[in-house]
Design a protein around this ligand. Sequence first.
Ligand SMILES: NC(=O)c1ccc[n+]([C@@H]2O[C@H](COP(=O)([O-])OP(=O)(O)OC[C@H]3O[C@@H](n4cnc5c(N)ncnc54)[C@H](O)[C@@H]3O)[C@@H](O)[C@H]2O)c1
Length: 331
Amino acid sequence: MAATRVGLIGAGGVAQRHARVLSGLPDVQLAGVTDVVPAAAERLASTYGVRAVPDVAALLGEGLDAAYVCVPPFAHGPAERAVVDAGLPLFVEKPIAINLDIAREINALIAERDLLTAVGHHWRYLGIVDQARKVLGGRPVRLVTGAWLDKVPPVSWWPRRDRSGGPIVEQAAHVLDLARCLVGEVSSVTAVANGTPPSAGDADVDGATAATLRFAGGAVGILAATCVLGWKHRAGLEIFADGLAVAISEDRLEVRDGNGSWTVESDPDSARVAVDRAFIHAVRGEDNDVRVPYAEALRTHALALAVAEAAATGRTVTPAEEPAEEAVTRA
Ligand SMILES: NC(=O)c1ccc[n+]([C@@H]2O[C@H](COP(=O)([O-])OP(=O)(O)OC[C@H]3O[C@@H](n4cnc5c(N)ncnc54)[C@H](O)[C@@H]3O)[C@@H](O)[C@H]2O)c1
């Protein structure tokens, strides 16, 4: 079977990672790169000996089998519309949009065309997530505590609310996605924010957010986020059931029950490779282990936006109801 030809839209940090991973997979050929900053596209393209092209239309003219959309939150929409219109499988980086309207519109277009999609919630490919699910064994969860305690990432758009969506939408979305995956849907949220922005240029995002989550299954949870540190301090989730504590982050699972405790170390890079490999396998029709198609990411995005709205308004917010995944995505 011929190599799968992949085009990259956006040539920044995460696109560089996908290019590295994809170029290491058998049966994948990078077919071109585009970026609104031509020099960025040139830099990435030349690293892999492929063409930098001026825009998405030109990239689609390169004879692609799939496209990756690796743009900042505010820039989502036009690239996805063009790729969907071309009927191509689509990998989109999280968060999938700056708001719910664009994400819903793209989700509906994808559903109309019944396209294969995947979103970069790579934590779902950590082997320790499967282990955590087994340990929890379906027992009723009582309490969830999530945290994303970090610095401002070194990209200019990040500290601006209208560019990134803020720390909950942009970063803590990984933790919210993991909470949905292991504990289930959240039925309502409240939140308060420390609105003093981090000291980064013209930042206007909240410096810290504290949220409460009520899960449909009965568990209650909290989420703490800050971006005022100079380092990534901690990002992960703790889940408590009767006589059981499970703590999970990108690099470690810790379990404690009445008999003692145990720890499993994990390599985050393995999940970063697995998320791309699963998408490519699905594109090639080999098997479909896509764990977060677009419609599933839309639910996580709606939850993150609900937390952000609760923090902004002080109101209790019900995350927007999204169509059942089965109704809008391929098997
Ligand atoms: N899944 C993960 O672990 C992970 C890791 C890093 C980043 N991300 C996500 O990836 C997204 C991008 O992050 P990044 O670190 O690569 O940012 P970045 O700023 O390094 O790169 C973004 C690139 O997109 C380009 N761009 C902007 N608008 C464009 C458009 N309309 N068409 C084409 N290119 C456009 C910019 O010029 C820039 O080169 C963010 O949403 C971020 O959250 C995900």
